[in-house]
Ligand binder design. Structure first.
Ligand code: AMP
Length: 550
């Protein structure tokens, strides 16, 4: 495509193609330029060229990093060009891009040594990544840039600094590969998604082998996402029965890859988080064979989810102390399987994937998600979902996931095939009127509270909840209530109305159970409100209007 007589594998050919792509904003012109260049490359060069167009020295499946700092790069560029710091600063400020700055600095300079080939660039990146210590890295950089002219330096510096703005988005590169080799666009995107390597994808496209792309272990793929429904009646509008109904666990989304003896966990943002949850690894290793799972990590105690707010305490820690993992032990709730023993399951319907999941020997702290199939319509469906929702909440979970058993696994997509049902969290500020000793571990603390809203000068009870407070807060409250007991009945005590708490609930309805004439559904104590005077708590009027609206 270029007028130069350099061989196809020469880096200068790649550079002039990248220049031509950058020079136009027209999509078709970019595609044509790439279409003229890519087919002329050997398989090996094609892989390297495609990865460089993606702007990365290595593929997503490759964990190597160059670790070349700004200082090392700019020192080598200054040395190579014989220019000054001021020149570099000026060039950088003109372009706000070290690659374009490098091209300015090196303008007109003559490279030495044999011309760079694509393979030389690849080998140089490998050597730089492998080099330990600054001096070794600088030496390799020097040798590479010695052979680069201004144009080559532009792109080398861009790739190294991770700022490859050459007007070629990943999607457009996939388009170009599909077009250059006469392959289906979707098939290219899918092979890329699975392999995590645009270079491998380009070679597969050329050789008609896109369909054979397998999931690369230890290269996480996008996670399927859910669409919220606020009203259970909405579910039936999305797809017909049957419905796979699962608890919605309030933890951290995690993709698990196992290959041979290796196990890694990845977060939604594709970060490796394996070391954060060491206690789930032995059980994962014990499952024979290879697999990729979709799961949620959370802390359970006696089968109930510990509120996410508390579990969050251990999430920020890179190294988890024994103490913390004993207090907030991680469990892994598995709800999907994406690959099993080399077979990609993305296109299997959910029902088929769940059947595969059932064959996996999960032992604690691995647990299958609670899942059942409901085949109802209309009011019966709404009633059944409502009950499921209520019992999911009783288990400490956030709500429900309602999934279409016919649906494939769509990586990274949010569609109507996975619906999430969680009610908006509403809270009221209320005053504690009575307290009770807890049960089990909490039998020595006053942890169950009855609380009231205000109606004029009166306080009318509206609910009772066991405490969602920390152990320390409960201990403090116990001491407080002992000192402010109005009447002691043994198990329960009436207390002075001086403690304001914030309570969350799912709904409020009329009920003869409490003096207010209303009751809350699934009240949970969210926090203490020492900042709030008792005179400012929520009123019966507010309760009435919530009940009418809920
Ligand atoms: P949200 O974070 O509110 O958008 O809800 C979707 C999230 O719910 C997913 O990303 C998962 O982390 C989480 N989740 C909990 N339980 C399930 C389940 N049974 N199936 C799918 N996702 C779940």
């Amino acid at each position: 495509m270029t007028s130069s007589s350099a061989p196809a594998g020469a880096f200068s050919q790649w550079v002039s193609t990248a220049d031509a792509v950058r020079a136009t904003t027209k999509k078709l012109a970019k595609l044509e330029t790439l279409g003229a260049y890519l087919p002329g490359l050997s398989d090996e060069d094609l892989g390297i060229a495609a990865r460089l167009f993606a702007g990365t020295p290595f593929s997503r499946t490759d964990e190597r990093v160059l670790s070349v700092g700004w200082r090392a790069l700019s020192d080598v560029l200054l040395e190579r060009s014989g220019r000054t710091e001021e020149d570099l600063a000026r060039a950088y400020h003109t372009h706000a891009d070290i690659g374009d700055g490098a091209a300015d600095l090196l303008a007109g300079s003559v490279p030495s040594g044999p011309p760079l080939a694509l393979r030389d660039v690849r080998d140089a990146f490998s050597a730089i990544a492998a080099a330990r210590g600054n001096a070794a890295k600088r030496e390799l950089l020097r040798a590479l840039f010695a052979r680069a002219d201004a144009g080559a330096a532009r792109y080398l510096a861009k790739v190294m600094s991770g700022e490859t703005r050459i007007g070629l988005r990943e999607g457009l590169l996939e388009d170009a590969i599909a077009r250059a080799f006469g392959q289906d666009r979707e098939a290219v995107g899918r092979a890329h998604m699975l392999s995590g390597d645009i270079g491998e994808t380009a070679v597969r496209a050329r050789n008609g082998a896109l369909a054979d792309a397998a999931i690369a272990h230890f290269a996480p793929i996008g996670m399927m996402l859910a669409t919220p429904v606020l009203d259970l009646g909405e579910v039936e509008k999305r797809f017909p029965p049957p419905y796979v109904v699962e608890d919605k666990y309030d933890g951290v989304r995690t993709q698990v890859h196992k290959h041979g003896d290796g196990v890694e966990l990845y977060s939604r943002t594709f970060d490796r988080v394996t070391d954060r949850f060491p206690e789930v690894l032995p059980a994962l290793r014990a499952i024979p064979g290879d697999y990729v799972l979709d799961a949620e990590v959370l802390a359970l105690r006696d089968g109930r989810a510990i509120p996410f707010k508390r579990f969050q305490r251990r999430l920020g820690r890179k190294v988890v102390s024994d103490e913390l993992s004993a207090e907030l032990p991680a469990s892994l709730i598995v709800f999907d399987v994406i690959e099993r023993d080399g077979e990609v399951l993305l296109d299997r319907p959910l029902s088929g994937r769940l059947a595969v999941l059932k064959t996996l020997p999960l032992t604690p702290p691995l647990l299958p998600a609670r899942s059942r199939t409901i085949e109802l319509r209309g009011d019966e469906l709404v009633r059944a979902l409502d009950e499921e929702f209520a019992s999911a909440r009783e288990r400490g979970n956030e709500g429900l996931m309602v999934k279409d058993p016919r649906s494939p696994y769509r990586p990274g997509r949010r569609g109507m095939e996975w619906l999430k049902v969680k009610r908006a969290l509403r809270t009221l500020d209320v005053v504690v009127t009575a307290v009770e000793w807890g049960h089990g571990k909490r039998r020595d603390v006053l942890s169950d509270y009855t609380f009231a809203v205000r109606d004029g000068d009166r306080h009318l009870n509206i609910g009772k909840a066991y405490s969602g407070l920390t152990d320390r807060e409960i201990a403090e409250m116990t001491e407080h209530f002992k000192r402010h007991t109005v009447k002691d009945f043994g198990r329960a005590r009436l207390v002075e109305h001086d403690t304001v708490i914030e309570v969350a609930f799912d709904a409020i309805h009329e009920s003869a159970r409490h003096t207010s004439g209303y009751a809350m559904r699934f009240p949970r104590i969210v926090r203490l409100r020492p900042d709030k005077p008792v005179s400012d708590i929520d009123t019966l009027d507010t309760v009435r209007s919530i009940a009418e609206g809920s």
